[in-house]
Design a protein around this ligand. Structure first.
Ligand code: SER
Length: 874
């Protein structure tokens, strides 16, 4: 069976069991700050398990793209060296949200794997593990399904803490979790390894193919397990692993999906396509890199971008090991697209972008490598002993991306060793830093436990009211917040917009009898809206009813910018092309900022076209339409789904200009495009490889921006004694005049210098038949003095000359010695002495030297060195 057929069979089997087929979500988890990348099929359903989101179905099935690199589930270092680890893989999963539980989950899994209508796997090849204390699951397997006890293994807490077990699955440090039962496939006695739970379990003989998690708890940051509203099921089966089983190969890298990819890697690198770990690394990494870039990640030095950068560099390093010359990694994208572009159209759409990002990164890495080598050379000069210290290895690795095994090679060539243990210590320190960086601030998701979501009233207006259903202070739930104190208020309904989709949260105030809470910002945790602010008067108590008033001016100014962002997005696709994809946006009351994929600076005429198109839409003053519908209908209407956003069953489609722009958006917008009044771009620039940023203003802010520019023009006109109308002519005239004056000045200086030279030659003194001239000429630059020294040499014959002067508070010096004397007297030597005397440096050839210094007061003394220099030298 081909991988594509297995994927389809799985989805169909569970559809027949009443599951709704749900598309894979983005690799960038929507609105989940606790997760670096989507790492399991259940991620997009996290809020359903927690009871914070209700969907139209209670059973779902999906094939989810996953990345496990960085964060809790990290397989990066294993990739290439085992038969079954990947940075990117597809996870087939079935889910129950408070619907069926252990019995059905186990029976479905068994039926799909062993029934001759489906995968038809031999039952005696399958082993099953359960969580040690889960008798219920054990009994279902042994008594109902009939798995013999000798192929059943109980696994307890084998990771050093309660509930830390291979058979207790947790999404991350916080979130849904529960005991699990795993199904293993025995690849046969000719492969090394032992059954799960045995000392040889890490071998490749027994491979886990399917994990069934019985979701029962929500783990909060304090480590406490809180029961979920309803027991649920989350399962996951790696498509690559099950394909290996069904295609009768042992390694995932031998399945159909990898064959053409490995061949393409070998071709791009120029090596043979045999069973080498490095080639597998490259084939694995092109998948994670391609998919991550298609989902909007770009290489950078922090967060997701940093993990991407590390994967790319690891791929490059392994390519280099195999002898790759120059950039090769980007060349494999085409093979990835032809293998997987059918199932994942985003790859096809983004192919050119992915290639460019990878190529740029590879080129940059090549330079980095060069720089790293130089740094290493410098460090080796000061090396004490015979071992390169861990800090040096780490600095090279971390700052310059310089692989440690390359450093080891160089060390070997010079009879040195490397401090690997020291390097590991530094790496561990970095891992700790990375872990703490990945928790991205306070996770209110784990704190907020409210029975129902906050209902948003703000599409209709900016006033409303609600009941306080939760209060928080310093990350703790409280019953009351007193006057003068800061805190977070959750209401059952509110007109306040909570930050999402790039639009900032609303500000304003909440008011009850004798109490007022100033809201500075509004954010979301699951379905709850959090009003952040300070109690200005009285005290707030749980259960109280309050009126809610959003600052309507700020909201309206923000709406103008948000609506203009949509128009700009559509205009960008018209002017630059369909490859333009939103990579991020920030919309507040002052301005809008829009990041998008495009590979070169936008030309001035393109910027003008963008403004013209947007402003034409504004002038049409068409009605802004919103419609609630399901995601599939929205997509058929051509709605653009946005990067990093998570969409539920019901989506809001926002249409402007009668279809000019159609986007999925939950933000607050203007009612007619004419409300935007005016759109003006204020800047354009690059933010990362392949990503550009436009900033713009609208409405009153756009007018203020243009008025400011107008004011500057007027001031400039006054300065050049002209008017707005003839300003350009005046400026052109001034620039031209300036150029002429500079030229004249040059000529005059040359003339003056020549005249000075005539005068000066008279003041030379004779020392043993040599003419010695030392003179001060302030205000001349080095060039003029050089010309003068040349001229004087011609005039004086056998001569030694030192000229010096002060220019812009600095001393300029030029020395000259005629050719016939340079054997005894060197201009460079004289210059060294003279420059040192004025606190500076100088040097040059025996016949001509230049220098300078900072001590103008010592200039005369420096010039006076000339005669003694000649006397001593002759
Ligand atoms: N979430 C579980 C896992 O990732 C089952 O899908 O293994």
């Amino acid at each position: 069976m081909k991988s594509a057929e297995i994927r389809e069979a799985f989805l169909r089997f569970f559809e027949e069991q009443g599951h709704t087929r749900v598309a894979s979500s983005s690799l960038i988890p929507g609105n989940d700050p606790t997760l670096l990348f989507t790492n399991a099929g259940m991620n997009q359903f996290k809020d359903c398990f927690l009871g914070q989101e209700k969907r139209a179905y209670t059973r779902a099935v999906s094939s989810q793209k996953c990345v496990r690199a960085g964060g809790k589930h990290n397989d990066l270092e294993n990739v290439g060296y085992t038969a079954r680890h990947h940075t990117f893989f597809e996870m087939l999963g079935n889910f129950s949200f408070g619907d069926y539980f252990k019995r059905d989950a186990i029976n479905y899994a068994w039926q799909f794997l062993t029934s001759d209508k489906w995968l038809n796997l031999p039952k005696d090849k399958l082993w099953v593990t359960v969580y040690a204390s889960d008798d219920e699951a054990y009994d279902i397997w042994t008594k109902e399904v009939g798995v013999p006890a000798e192929r059943m293994v109980r696994i307890g807490d084998n990771k050093g803490a309660p509930y830390a077990s291979d058979n207790f699955w947790t999404m991350g440090d916080t979130g849904p979790c529960g005991p699990c039962t795993e199904i293993f496939y025995d690849h046969g006695a000719d492969i090394w390894g032992g059954p799960p739970g045995s000392p040889e379990e890490d071998g490749d003989r027994y491979i886990e193919i399917w994990n069934n998690v019985f979701m029962q708890f929500n783990r909060t940051a304090d480590g406490v397990l809180h029961p979920l509203p309803a027991p649920s099921v989350d399962t996951g089966m790696g498509l690559e692993r099950i394909s290996a089983v069904l295609q009768h190969v042992h390694s995932n890298y031998e399945i159909d999906l990898f064959q053409s990819l490995l061949a393409a890697c070998a071709k791009a690198i120029g090596c043979s396509n045999d069973d080498q770990p490095s080639l597998k690394v490259v084939a694995d990494h092109i998948r994670s890199c391609g998919f991550l870039i298609a989902d909007g990640v770009t290489p950078s030095n922090e967060g997701r971008g940093y993990v991407l950068r590390r994967i790319i560099r690891r791929a490059c390093r392994h390519g280099n090991k195999l002898g790759a010359k120059g950039s090769f990694f980007y060349q494999i994208v085409a093979a990835l697209v032809s293998e997987m572009g059918e199932a994942f159209p985003e790859l096809k759409q983004q192919q050119a972008h992915i290639e460019r990002v990878l190529k740029t990164e590879e080129e940059q890495f090549a330079k980095t490598l060069e720089q790293g080598l130089k740094i290493l050379e410098l460090d080796l000069v000061g090396l004490k002993g015979k071992m390169i210290p861990g800090e040096t290895l780490f600095k090279l690795y971390d700052t310059y991306g310089f692989p440690v095994d390359l450093t080891a090679d160089i060390a070997r060539e010079r009879g040195l060793s490397i401090d690997e243990a020291g390097f590991e210590r530094e790496m561990e320190g970095q891992r700790v830093r990375a872990r703490s960086a990945s928790s991205f601030g306070m996770d209110y998701n784990s704190l907020v436990k409210v029975d129902s979501d906050t209902q948003f009233l703000g599409y209709a207006g900016t006033s409303g009211g609600g009941r306080i259903i939760a209060l928080f202070q310093d990350g703790q739930a409280v019953e009351r917040i007193n006057e003068g104190e800061e805190g977070v208020v959750v209401l059952d309904q509110t007109p306040f917009y909570a930050e999402s989709g790039g639009q900032v949260g609303d500000c304003g105030y909440l008011e009850g009898s004798g109490v007022r809470f100033d809201v500075r910002d509004t954010t979301k945790a699951g379905g709850a809206f959090l009003h952040h602010g300070i109690v200005a008067q009285g005290s707030l108590s749980l259960g109280a009813e309050v009126a809610a008033e959003v600052d309507a001016n700020v909201r309206q100014a923000t709406a103008l910018n948000h609506s203009a962002t949509h128009l700009l997005h559509a205009a960008l696709r018209q002017v630059l092309g369909e490859h333009v994809q939103q990579k991020g946006s920030l919309v507040d009351s002052q301005r809008l900022r829009f990041d998008f994929s495009h590979f070169e600076a936008i030309k001035p005429e393109q910027l003008k076209a963008l403004e013209d198109i947007v402003n034409a839409e504004v002038r049409k003053n068409s009605k802004v339409e919103t419609e609630e519908t399901d995601i599939e209908t929205a997509k058929t209407k051509g709605a653009m789904a946005l990067f990093g956003e998570k969409y539920g069953d019901n989506v809001r489609v926002l249409t402007m200009g009668g279809g000019f722009s159609v986007e999925l958006c939950g933000g607050t917008h203007v009612s007619r495009t004419g409300d935007i009044a005016l759109f003006k771009i204020t800047s354009e620039g690059g933010v990362a490889a392949g990503v550009r940023r436009i900033e713009a203003v609208t409405g009153a802010a756009a007018l203020a921006y243009l008025n400011g520019a107008e004011e500057q023009l007027k001031e400039a006109a006054v300065l050049v004694k002209g008017s707005r109308d003839n300003l350009m002519d005046k400026l052109i005239g001034l620039v031209e005049r300036n150029r002429q004056l500079e030229k004249e000045l040059e000529q005059l200086k040359a003339k003056a210098a020549s005249a000075a030279g005539d005068d000066l030659s008279g003041s030379a003194v004779e020392v043993n038949g040599v003419k010695v001239l030392a003179a001060r000429l302030d205000g001349l630059d080095g060039k003029a003095l050089l010309a003068l020294v040349d001229q004087l040499k011609n005039k004086l014959g056998r001569a030694v000359i030192l000229l010096g002067g002060v220019l812009d508070d600095k001393v300029v010096l030029v020395a000259g010695v005629t050719q016939d004397l340079t054997a005894q007297l060197k201009a460079g030597e004289l210059m060294k002495q003279a420059a040192a005397a004025v606190g500076g440096k100088g040097g040059g050839r025996p016949d001509m030297a230049q220098g300078g210094g900072v001590d103008a007061a010592a200039l005369d003394a420096a010039l006076a060195l000339t005669v003694p220099f000649v006397e001593q030298g002759l």
